[in-house]
Design a protein around this ligand. Structure first.
Ligand SMILES: [Zn+2]
Ligand SMILES: [Zn+2]
Length: 139
C-alpha cells in the first residue's frame, strides 16, 4: 500500500474515531470488508480500506491502532488486562513480549503522558461500551 494512501486512510479513520468512537468505527470497517460500505466509508474511498485489508491486515482493530498511532495516540494497557508471566507471576505484555513493568505500553497514570477516552466520540451522548483510553506523550 502506498504511504500516501495509508496516510489518507489513517486521517479518514482518525477523524471518524474522534466523532464516533473506536467501537463504532471498528464496526463500520468490518461492514466495509463485508461489502457493505456505509457511514464514512463510501464507494469513493472503499478501495483504501480494501488495500489495507489485502496488504496490511484484515483486522479492523489494526487499522484503528495505526490511525491512532499516526496521531501519536497509544492504547493504554492496564496491568489487570494482562496474564501473569509463567516464570514469575508478574503481568506479562504479549504485544511487547516482555514484563509489563518494563514494556513500552503506557499505563493509565504515567508522568509525561496525556490521556483521552475515545470510546464513544464527541458526536454521541453517553458511554457506548467500555472506555477506550489512549495516551499521547507530552513533549
Ligand atoms: Zn517473569
Ligand atoms: Zn507492552
Amino acid at each position: 500500500m502506498l504511504p500516501k494512501n495509508k496516510t489518507e486512510l489513517c486521517d479518514l479513520v482518525y477523524e471518524e474515531i474522534v466523532d464516533c468512537g473506536v467501537e463504532c468505527v471498528s464496526k463500520t470497517i468490518t461492514d466495509a470488508h463485508g461489502g457493505r460500505p456505509r457511514s464514512f466509508v463510501t464507494n469513493q474511498n472503499l478501495h483504501l480500506f480494501r488495500q489495507y485489508r489485502n496488504t496490511v491486515s484484515p483486522d479492523p482493530s489494526e487499522l484503528v491502532k495505526e490511525a491512532m498511532l499516526s496521531k501519536g495516540w497509544h492504547a493504554v494497557v492496564f496491568a489487570s488486562d494482562l496474564d501473569p508471566c509463567d516464570g514469575c507471576g508478574e503481568p506479562y505484555c504479549e504485544k511487547c513480549e516482555t514484563h509489563y513493568f518494563e514494556c513500552e505500553c503506557p499505563g493509565p497514570t504515567q508522568d509525561g503522558w496525556e490521556y483521552e477516552s475515545f470510546s464513544s466520540g464527541k458526536g454521541h451522548d453517553g458511554n457506548q461500551g467500555a472506555p477506550l483510553l489512549y495516551a499521547k506523550m507530552v513533549d
